[in-house]
Design a protein around this ligand. Sequence first.
Ligand code: B12
Length: 229
Amino acid sequence: MEELLKKISEVVAEGEAEEAVALVKEALGKGVGPLTILNEGASKGMDIVSEQYNLGEAYLPELVLAGDAMTAVLDVLFASMDKEELAASRVGTVVIGQAKGDVHDIGKNIVSALLAVNGFEVHDIGTDVPVKKFIETAKEVKADIVLVSTLLTTSLPYLSDTLQYISDSGFRDKWYYGVGGGPVTPEFSKKLGVDGWSRTAFDCVEMCKKLLTDKKPGQGEIIMVDSEA
Ligand code: B12
């Protein structure tokens, strides 16, 4: 089974969407859980291509292809997760989106999926999301938590704009505000005064559960979860 998961990571990194989907279906058919396939296979493919990009061994077209393969794999994995069972055990409502100016969506999609499979009602409002849209959606769906993701340093200011907007709209004591993504450091998040920060999508699930049980929005210490620390 390890061999199959390794192969999935390789074909995702190579951007071979069709082959990746076929292998993922094969793994599901053999009883491998969607989260194992995601964590031990497909996500590792994104790590491989990221590393190649950083070393100058892969360029933007390769990233786009790998991103497309990952998205195709995520569609299959999400479809295989039991939605009705999840709806019955709902723990909270989350609005999540990628900050304005940022179209990276793979990490956010993984966060959304993991929250959904852990019983959260997730409203994913996509990429390049204007600050106002987070607040409008949170009001509409009666959110408990608002999460903003970004991978771009140039979009970091929108994380503070969102917090400001939440406060100005009078919801700072109603909604928890959490942030994450590559350039979003623990130091930055603490200085910003958010409720939660976490490193990975798995950490984000734990962070959201802790927010709902251990803290009031806008009060007390920031909750940080970092499995890589
Ligand atoms: C794939 C990729 C792309 C793809 C995106 C495809 C897609 N559908 O998303 C494409 C080719 C489109 C792209 C474009 C660009 N990219 Co790009 N891209 C990447 C790359 C290689 C991988 C990103 C990825 O998907 N990683 C895999 C996922 C699973 O990881 P992740 O997103 O980090 O998410 C994890 C955690 O961060 C966390 N997380 C994510 N969101 C959240 C949210 C919350 C609330 C929490 C708690 C946690 C959390 O959980 C996730 C899973 O554990 C990174 C390099 C890297 N090392 O990150 C560069 C990178 C992010 N890109 C970069 C750049 C500069 C660009 C471009 C500006 C390039 C250009 N010259 O045009 C454009 C920007 C387009 C735009 N306006 O957004 C830079 C950003 C530098 C910076 N800090 O500002 C990076 C870091 C590359 C580099 N080393 O320079 N990119």
